[in-house]
Design a protein around this ligand. Structure first.
Ligand code: NAD
Length: 352
């Protein structure tokens, strides 16, 4: 057996339909007395409902989270935290809301409870991001890792099926890259394979029937596993490319992940046979890359960068940006092989 090092992250996970009803108990369990509830403007009603449920334990709501955690939004949120004399944060929403909670935690040290409503997985990671002057910086700190995560599928039932599909593919991408990460351990492999299996089984059911409650819960379970994997390993080419495409070409986050994951898997396949075998097995396919492409087809989501608004003229610059600084990837990267990969992704070619 191969040697491995596994470093677990400390987080309490409460999973199950209706579990957000225990939020007050979870706040008290952390010894908190006045928590500020964060959300995006679109999820303000959820923040309001949770604050009402918390009664005197709530210091108010701050429904102003936006995508990519702009520094100006964090500054305003920190002022709101101070004005409310909050001693903790509840972030109810997707990666943008939890990202704001993390930025607050990084600056103030306040503990965060995350109540995720998408499958992005940020709630299980110590990764923070902050966008200043158009440049997104990311880092890792256990200070930002939520102390408690409440997974209540009742809150993700309203996620439109098309959004659930791309958000779920984003989660699958965490599992795929976890399987060939240098930090991979037997436990991470188990979580990643099971995460892909749970998501690949549930997402097509959600697309077929949006109110399939069992599938919704299974997808959330897969998202928990995927987020846990993301929190434990460093990511490689796929996440780097998606970061570049989203940040420099303003393409939508989860949709880019959905297009890229089959292509990057095909690219890395020769260099990561064990990971590919696990991915293929989880998908019930004979090929990892083709299985991911088939899944995206069944989910009826965009399969090509050109369908997301990427211009062919920008592919050279994207390849240059994505290979400018060295980083880990199982297969060696050159400007030319990444350019060819981007061409296939732009066209949405079916992997061989
Ligand atoms: P998001 O949080 O921006 O949410 C997308 C939109 O969906 C928002 O307008 C939100 O109000 C709405 N929404 C959320 N839940 C809903 C629900 N249940 N029903 C209906 N609408 C709902 O998107 P996301 O995909 O969750 O997160 C993406 C962001 O998270 C990116 O900025 C990404 O970089 C970041 N992220 C960070 C990490 C990390 O570890 N730090 C991990 C994954 C993603």
């Amino acid at each position: 057996m191969q040697r491995f090092v596994h470093t677990a992250l400390p987080a309490r996970v409460v999973f199950g339909r209706g579990s957000s009803g225990t939020l007050a108990q979870e706040v008290q369990q952390l010894g908190l007395k006045r928590v500020l509830v964060l959300s995006t403007p679109g999820k303000a009603a959820l923040a309001q409902r949770l604050a009402k449920q918390l009664g005197p334990l709530a210091a108010g709501i701050h429904p102003h989270a936006v995508m990519h955690v702009p520094a100006a939004v964090v500054d305003v949120a920190l002022q709101a935290v101070a004005a409310a004399q909050a001693d903790g944060i509840v972030a109810a929403g997707g990666g943008s809301t939890i990202g704001l909670g993390k930025a607050i935690a990084l600056e103030s040290g306040l503990p965060q409870i995350a109540v995720p409503t998408t499958y992005a997985g940020s709630e299980m990671t110590p990764i923070w991001g902050l966008t200043r002057d158009g440049v997104k910086t990311t880092g890792r700190s256990t200070t930002v890792l939520p102390k408690t995560v409440i997974y209540d599928a009742d809150l993700s039932d309203a996620l439109p099926a098309a959004t659930a599909a791309v958000s779920g593919m984003n989660a699958i991408a965490h599992c795929v890259e976890g399987l060939y990460a240098p930090e991979v351990s037997p436990l991470i492999s188990l979580m990643a394979e099971e995460g892909i299996r749970a998501l690949a089984a549930s997402l097509p059911r959600i697309v077929r029937q949006a109110d399939d409650k069992d599938a919704r819960e299974q997808a959330l379970y897969g998202a928990w596993l995927a987020g846990s994997v993301l929190g434990l390993v460093g990511m490689a080419l796929h996440h780097k490319l998606c970061h570049t495409l989203g940040g420099s070409f303003d393409l939508p986050h989860a949709e880019v992940h959905s297009v890229m994951i089959a292509q990057v898997t095909a690219f890395n396949a020769p260099a990561a046979p064990d990971a590919m075998a696990r991915i293929a097995r989880a998908l019930g396919s004979s090929s990892a890359a083709a299985g991911l492409y088939e899944l995206a087809t069944r989910l009826q989501i965009p399969q090509a960068l050109r369908d997301l608004g990427m211009r062919a003229d920008d592919l050279d610059r994207a390849a240059e940006l994505a290979t400018r600084n060295p980083y880990y990837n199982p297969r060696e990267l050159t400007r030319d092989n990444v350019r060819a990969l981007l061409q296939a992704a732009w066209e949405g070619t079916r992997p061989a």
